[in-house]
Design a protein around this ligand. Structure first.
Ligand code: ZN
Length: 147
């Protein structure tokens, strides 16, 4: 009986640690993401622009300089310059965009992109690279390398 209690204590401690991390350190923002290469007017692969949905509404929903066909929605979880994860909302992605940008569960960033300082606490640069996407029923999640 004593042994059983000890076994149960460990997962509870682990859970508490996890909750604390989430509350104190990770920011979550619902964002509008325009896919594509910033210098190529959203053509090719990568991230052209990230804005919080709140900011976007104030500015009138769409971006003048971007191809708004490549616009998707995502829940972004970030912690300073340490962690940046984008959970793209699958239902907001057209099939042709899905085929182009998330083919074979790979998300490619051809050109680095730096977020606006106002988007989160600090400006974050998403590095170029080939990232593996995790696909679930609702989200396509990509954890980016940043600096
Ligand atoms: Zn663009």
């Amino acid at each position: 009986m004593k042994q059983m209690i000890q076994q149960q204590e460990e997962p509870i401690k682990a859970r508490k640690r996890k909750n604390r991390l989430k509350e104190d350190s990770i920011n979550q923002v619902f964002a509008e993401v325009i896919l594509g290469r910033p210098s190529a007017k959203c053509k090719h692969l990568g991230i052209c622009k990230i804005t919080s949905v709140h900011t976007t509404r104030l500015n009138g929903f769409s971006s003048d300089s971007c191809n708004n066909c490549n616009k998707v929605y995502a829940l972004i979880s970030a912690k300073g310059k340490a962690f940046f994860e984008v959970a793209f909302l699958k239902s907001s992605i057209d099939k042709n965009v899905l085929d182009q940008h998330f083919k074979d569960a790979i998300f490619k960033v051809e050109e680095s992109y730096t977020t606006d300082k106002a988007f989160m606490d600090t400006a974050v640069t998403i590095k170029t690279g080939i990232y593996t996407a995790t696909i679930t029923e609702t989200f396509i999640t990509v954890r980016f390398d940043i600096h």
